[in-house]
Design a binder for this molecule. Sequence first.
Ligand code: GLU
Length: 297
Amino acid sequence: MTAATEPCYRGRFAPSPTGPLHFGSLIAALASFLDARHSGGSWLVRMEDLDPPREEKGAARRILSSLQYHGLHWDEDVLFQSRRGDAYAAALDELDAGGHLFSCDCTRALLGPDGACRGRCRERQGQLAAPAATRVAVPPDTRIEFIDQVQGRIATDLGAHVPDFVVKRKDGLDAYQLAVVVDDAWQGVSHIVRGSDLLDSTPRQVFLQRLLGYPTPGYCHIPVITDGGGQKLSKQNHAPPLDDHNAAANLRAALAFLHQREPPPALGTTGEILAFASRHWVPGRIPALLSIAAACP
Ligand code: GLU
């Protein structure tokens, strides 16, 4: 198969430095890398270091080093979200000028199970206790639809399910939903390939893109790997860090998870495996599932 060159393809991998890279995050990194390289596009890495209390010292450096060990070399400089506060503030000002924001001092106990304030605080602006979070209001008739390359057509009545959500946290930190949208637009990201655990967030992100006048990228949510008990492999669940000295075998296992063509045994280096895999990358072979139970290499 020859690579179809999409001149404007810009993909990205956006890890949070809450721990070292594990097999689940390698699968997401590899899928976004191969989709970009197969299309002749750029592949960027963005460090989502927005939440210092959840971060692990040295994790950002370890993640970048693991990517290099696996031959996943990125284009351009790594963007660190911790340095992007001014851009998030400007986006918040724009949303505020459009009348989309309100402050909310609800405690967790007052919020519904969906985490929404449901406009309760909207009527009490000016009499709120400090500190307050900033929320964006979602009009009740908001419907978001998009075609996901793996999961198919996704249609959500966002206004009915998510009446409002946080764009700046009570503790003063910028919220993931806003930062990801601002940075994807600023970096010109055209295609987002990531784990299906984020599929739930995508309608909120598309909603913010529309309010801010940003283009909506193409989306591809791949299944996440779970252990025998159905738990997603994650840093929170103490997934074992990748063994960087076993990089070629890790890549082969990740390709098998993604149901891609097996590189011939003679291909031994990460570079050879990745060159083969990007030539033969077929996203249509990825199972249209939200999760798959599999063993780590
Ligand atoms: N930083 C997020 C994570 O590590 C991923 C964000 C994204 O890909 O949009 O789960």
